[in-house]
Ligand binder design. Structure first.
Ligand SMILES: [Zn+2]
Length: 1025
């Protein structure tokens, strides 16, 4: 339709007449959208997409049904409903869909007719599933096991329902990108490419200059080339290019007006805009393919509004001919790039931290909502253990399952869920879902344990005789099943289940109401210790029981009963607690004495009965030294609290510190209150140091007789904000180590990545935020080293941390802020807990663990104890009223051969019976290449000994998300060329499993996934053991 005539001026009136006349006859325009890739042109791949957050400003269900629209006009049901006719209207149109949590909600409600249409659209490629997990998980505050689980859940659904295997990773919105996402969650699930956009603004600028937005990301030094992934970074965001290309119903971009009978005809202008946007993006992209991400958050609610315009662009741009526009998908784009056979720049390490402006480091969310982060981690471990128990006693889909916990956990990994960047009501929704999922899994666990304890004479799970209860609120010292009167000969049965693949010695602590002693299942009394409950603990308990259960507990426990347990791998042991009232002395349980350190005369006071000792200054109760008599480590050590004042954004740069962003405005030490003495509690199993740091920080440091690390339990909150200053609370642990700006933090609980303060390997960093810009996510731990020792701190949930000074590690434990940080959530991160209408800031309790080792010895503790932190012992209670429980029940159990345990360098990360009866098994090597002199070697797992009472009929190695066979995945997966790389793999890997030997080999950092079919599964057989 473009007017192009050599004699336009002289014959203008005639032309107008002709034009009007000819157009009046051609009302219908058949837009030509058939265009495919053209080799010698710039190809503009139009990727129509919607980014549907699985909860953010609204809950996942509100987004799905389109309720609560005053907050955000978003209805995913509209998107999915309107996409189908829009795709049917033109078979050249394409659309990608990502978030399976939404898709599954929609799919369950569709008619058979729609379902078969969708299947046709999927098989023709018009509709394509990308990424394919339940959500687009975060990459900083998530643990790798949760990433695997939520991806598996989505991928297996897609495979089962449609026979489809997603090819492309699409992490377009998470706030920084992890090594584990690249080498594990992309390469090992079989993705041919990974796309996203949020990387540091300085890095982005440099990559545009160098045309290195598309790279080969080699994220694991242990897994090498085999885990390379082609990675495309979007140049601006995941939205349409600049120039006005938004076409939701209410968007204000100019639509193509191509009817000359109407005013504002603009075809040529719009074609020019499109070509200009294409050329500008081509300028910073290698090769003649670029991607236009045509969509953004919750778009295509009336899909035709977009497709109408996209059809016209393709039609007119191709008529224009300067560039070639086509309907495409990330898969088509990836194949086009691959077909060029080019070599791409290499990227190692990861993409943390992320900043989008000089004062806007997205490092606050590493800690935001620490209670939810703790809850997610606790549920993750519980899910792992519950699936094991579900497997031992056979999955029963009609009874209790772990399915709803699986679903809740999957959704909680979303990049606005566990991150803490959602609105408060949405955070509550995630917690509610987890709680519902937990209570179903809790019933399953109770039933499974009851079943496994049934005697050999009458095996079976249908008429169990023991009812086990659990204590999910032990974190607030609330455990009704253990707070019982044990007089009159009653005994409390304490069953302790160990989900790890190796034997475990650990310490249990439960609240009890009177002096008690503990016997093992052979009837021998074992060492125990009674600790009076501190006032701070009791206050925390009654306040939160009232807040969350709406009741005031009728009894207050008097003591913590502490005792050492020993539990076989994948198994349990039972212990028996009885009251000592009225009995003669001789019990090893002892009530510890309190005294204030001020009364002591020596200048240092020593805490710890075993090899580890902590020294405290008598005068002010501060920690001064860390000593280990076995390893001969002697180090000065101080621990302090301080807070960063959250910037209010009232200065020149309006950036405030908020849910996403950490922008400190000064740091302020928190001094211990002089009047409160340090209280030291000593016992036979552990010593504790209680310190009221200030009115809203309470700390207990524990040194166990048989452990060589210190455990620190902090209780922080309510953070006062009466001074109208938001505060971000950190603890700093300072040693004299010369660490040369260097420290190490884990990637999603897996590889440790070297961090150098004020430095990035990819660019000359301009340092604007010397604290926030050096923060990294921590899921497992952080450590640093000098020439003789290494100092490690492990955490119980995801937090942010750094080493801002040499020799010092800091962790951010809690944040309470008063301003929104301008990234969309529209709320200040100001969590409160209300009782009877009175609200106070949220109090958070958590733990971290500290150890100093001789250089080269730290990794063993980080890896082994790190697994124990992730998977705490599962404790269940019952009451034995007279009778002889042990005589008629199974008191100890291991699913593995009694002589066997997993090697020290291997963790069992999935053992799950699937709906079809197959069993999903995942094993992970825990060490990196070169991390430990012995344990970084090849590991061997003997499946026959892992499953001694079952016969493995068939075993197939799968990819990580278990939606295809591993060999098939490896054959298919694209192999990219890297600049300056030989392409020769030098990394070891486990050999295929011989079906008669059944030994699984694992090379450093290898995760291997298997589907196993057992010939015969019978609970009765297990009971025989
Ligand atoms: Zn998002």
């Amino acid at each position: 339709m473009a007017i192009d005539h050599p004699h336009r001026r002289t014959r203008l009136s005639a032309l107008l007449l002709v034009a009007l006349w000819s157009l009046a006859e051609s009302k219908y325009i058949a837009y030509n959208t058939t265009q495919r890739i053209v080799a010698d042109k710039l190809n503009v791949h139009i990727v129509a997409h919607t980014h549907d957050d699985v909860g953010w400003l609204k809950t996942v269900d509100q987004y799905y049904v389109g309720s609560n629209n005053s907050i955000q006009g978003a209805c995913v049901q509209n998107v999915l409903d309107s996409i189908i006719p829009a795709l049917l209207a033109d078979k050249n149109r394409r659309f990608i869909y990502v978030e399976q949590a939404f898709f599954q909600r929609w799919w369950r409600q569709q008619s058979d007719e729609i379902k078969s249409t969708v299947k046709e659209l999927l098989s023709s490629g018009q509709l394509e599933f990308i990424n394919g997990g339940m959500c687009m998980h975060d990459e900083a505050a998530v643990h790798y096991i949760d990433m695997i689980d939520q991806t598996t859940l989505g991928h297996r659904f897609i495979k089962q329902e449609f026979g489809i295997i997603p090819r492309i990773g699409w992490q377009i919105d998470p706030f920084g990108h992890s090594a584990v996402q690249a080498y594990l969650l992309s390469a090992e699930v079989g993705f041919d490419a990974l796309y996203f956009f949020r990387i540091d603004y300085q890095d982005l600028a440099k990559r545009k200059d160098l045309k290195s937005l598309e790279v080969i990301w080699r994220a694991s030094k242990s897994r090498g080339l085999s885990a390379d992934v082609f990675t495309g970074i979007f140049p601006k965001n995941y939205e349409p290019p600049p120039g006005g290309f938004y076409f939701e119903v209410n968007d204000d971009s100019p639509v193509i007006q191509d009817d000359p009978l109407l005013f504002d005809y603009n075809v040529q202008e719009r074609v020019d805009d499109f070509v200009a946007a294409a050329l500008s993006q081509a300028n910073i992209t290698r090769a003649n393919h670029i991607m236009f991400t045509m969509g953004t958050d919750f778009k295509y609610q009336y899909a035709n509004s977009w497709f109408r315009q996209l059809d016209k662009f393709i039609h007119y741009v191709n008529k224009d001919g300067r560039v070639n526009a086509l309907y495409s998908t990330p898969s088509i784009y990836t194949d086009a790039k691959y077909a060029l056979e080019e070599s791409w720049p290499l990227k190692t390490g990861d993409f943390f931290p992320y900043a989008d402006n000089p004062n806007a480091y997205w490092t606050g969310y590493f800690t935001s909502r620490p209670a939810i982060k703790g809850y997610v981690r606790m549920m993750s471990a519980y899910y792992l253990a519950a699936r094991q128990l579900e497997f031992f006693t056979e999955r029963n889909s009609s009874g209790y399952t772990t399915d709803s916990l699986a679903d809740a956990l999957a959704i909680a990994q979303h990049h606005d869920a566990v991150t803490g960047t959602e609105k408060q009501h949405v955070a509550n929704d995630y917690a509610k879902r987890l709680s519902i999922g937990y209570s179903e899994a809790e019933k399953l666990v109770g039933a499974s344990l009851a079943c496994l304890t049934e005697p050999i004479s009458s095996p079976g799970c249908y008429n169990t005789t023991t009812k086990f209860e659990q204590c999910p609120l032990l974190n607030i010292s609330y455990c009704p099943p253990s707070e019982v009167d044990l007089s009159l000969g009653k005994k409390m049965i304490v069953l302790v289940y160990n989900s790890l693949g190796w034997k475990r010695n650990d310490i249990i602590r439960i609240p009890v109401i009177s002096e008690s002693i503990v016997h093992d299942s052979d009837g021998n009394e074992i060492e125990s210790q009674l600790l009076p409950l501190a006032d701070a603990t009791i206050n925390l308990r009654s306040h939160h029981v009232k807040a969350y259960l709406g009741i005031s507990p009728s009894i207050t426990p008097k003591f913590w009963l502490i005792f050492a347990v020993s539990v076989p791998p994948l198994g349990f042991n039972t212990y028996f607690v009885s009251s000592t009232k009225g009995k003669v002395a001789g019990s090893v349980a002892s009530v510890s004495t309190f005294y204030s350190s001020e009364e002591s005369k020596s200048s240092n006071i020593e805490v710890g009965k075993g090899k580890l000792k902590l020294l405290y200054n008598v005068k002010d109760g501060t920690l001064t030294h860390y000593l280990n008599s076995r390893s001969l480590v002697k180090a000065s050590m101080e621990q302090t609290y301080s807070y960063y004042a959250g910037d209010s954004g009232s200065g020149n740069d309006p950036q405030a510190s908020g849910a996403y962003i950490f922008r400190p405005n000064g740091t302020f030490p928190i001094k211990p209150e002089k009047k409160t003495p340090t209280t030291i509690v000593r016992g036979s199993i552990l010593d504790e140091v209680h310190q009221q740091i200030n009115p809203w920080i309470y700390q207990v440091s524990r040194v166990y007789k048989d452990k060589e690390h210190a455990e620190v339990e902090f209780t922080v909150g309510p953070i006062p904000v009466d001074d109208e200053i938001g505060k971000e609370i950190v603890t700093k642990i300072t040693t004299g180590m010369a660490t040369n700006k260097t420290f190490y933090t884990d990637s999603n609980g897996r590889d440790f990545i070297k961090r150098v303060r004020d430095y990035r390997s990819d660019l000359e960093l301009q340092v604007n935020q010397p604290v926030a810009g050096n923060y990294y996510p921590i899921n497992l731990g952080i450590y640093m080293q000098d020439d003789s020792t290494e100092f490690s701190v492990l955490v119980d949930r995801s937090v942010g941390g750094s080493s801002i000074l040499d020799g010092q590690i800091e962790l951010m434990l809690h944040r309470r802020l008063l301003y929104d940080d301008g990234r969309g959530v529209g709320e200040a991160l100001n969590e409160t807990v209300c009782v009877n209408g009175e609200c106070a800031g949220l109090t958070v309790q958590g733990k971290f663990y500290v150890k100093i080792d001789p250089l080269g010895e730290g990794s063993r503790w980080r890896r082994t104890f790190g697994q124990e932190i992730y998977s705490p012992l599962l404790v269940a209670f019952s009451i034995e009223d007279g009778g002889n429980w042990t005589g008629s029940h199974t008191a100890n159990f291991s699913a593995m051969d009694p002589s066997y345990s997993l090697p020290d360098n291997v963790a069992l990360i999935t053992l799950q019976e699937l709906e079809d009866g197959n069993v999903l098994l995942r094993l992970a090597h825990l060490y990196e290449v070169g991390e430990h002199k012995d344990l970084s070697a090849m590991a061997y797992v003997e499946l026959k000994k892992m499953f001694p009472v079952r016969k493995i009929g068939n075993i197939i190695e799968m990819n990580l998300s278990a939606n295809q066979e591993k060999t098939a995945m490896e054959k298919k997966r694209l192999k990219w060329k890297t600049e300056g790389s030989s392409g020769v793999e030098t990394i070891a890997r486990g050999a295929p499993v011989d079906p008669s030997e059944l030994v699984v080999e694992l090379a450093p950092m290898e995760v291997r996934t298997f589907l196993i079919k057992f010939d015969y599964i019978s609970f009765a057989k297990i009971g025989d053991r």
